[in-house]
Design a protein around this ligand. Structure first.
Ligand SMILES: Cc1cc2nc3c(=O)[nH]c(=O)nc-3n(C[C@H](O)[C@H](O)[C@H](O)COP(=O)(O)O)c2cc1C
Length: 171
């Protein structure tokens, strides 16, 4: 299975990366492409809406690598720590750039709305426990990001209380 990981944690030795190694033990795939988003030159979406007319983004930056990788993916894993009840800023920056893929599927209709063979996982770590929908700010943008990429079937895993315990013991 071709797995693509978009890792929105800025901390390479942090909780999210540590927990991710345990998640990946589930899969026997030797075809995993992992992108530490913080290492890539990805510009902020400027809302020019060129993609709504042409299906193309005006920027020619590293997002092109991510677009190509996701086209080929069978499983897309989006990983992020919870920062201020949301995805990290680099994560949101990348999510906004998927407006290009949203436009292709839902505005221009040049691609099918759903790729039935593509699945997803939202994988987040958080310092606290969720009591009253605090992590919805992670779930909702990622839900739309999956839809923009044709993914309707996905699993959500949130590792709570991640700062108080060894990740090995809670996942
Ligand atoms: C800037 C910042 C904001 C955070 N905001 C939250 C938050 O709103 N809710 C929460 O549960 N944890 C919050 N945390 C804790 C992180 O979610 C937690 O430590 C996470 O596992 C960090 O993953 P990382 O090591 O991959 O960055 C925050 C941490 C930082 C650094």
């Amino acid at each position: 299975m071709k797995i693509v990981i978009l890792n929105a944690s800025p901390r390479k030795e942090g909780n999210t990366n540590k927990a991710l190694t345990y998640l990946l033990e589930r899969y026997k795939s030797d075809d995993i492409s992992s992108f530490d988003l913080v290492d890539y030159d990805i510009k902020h979406c400027m809302g020019c809406l060129n993609c709504s007319k042409t299906g193309e983004c005006v920027f020619g930056d590293d997002m092109d690598i991510i677009y190509d990788a996701i086209d080929a993916a069978e499983l897309l894993i989006f990983t992020t720590p919870v920062y201020f009840n949301s995805v990290t800023s680099i994560g949101k920056q990348v999510i906004d750039r998927f407006q290009r893929n949203y436009a292709r599927r839902f505005i221009l209709k040049s691609k099918p709305k759903v790729d039935a063979d593509k699945k997803g996982i939202l994988f987040a770590t958080a310092g606290s426990k969720e009591k009253n929908h605090e992590f919805d700010g992670v779930r909702m943008p990622v839900d739309l990001m999956f839809k923009a990429n044709g993914i309707r079937e996905y699993e959500t895993i949130i590792v709570e209380d991640a700062d108080k315990h060894d990740i090995e013991n809670i996942f």
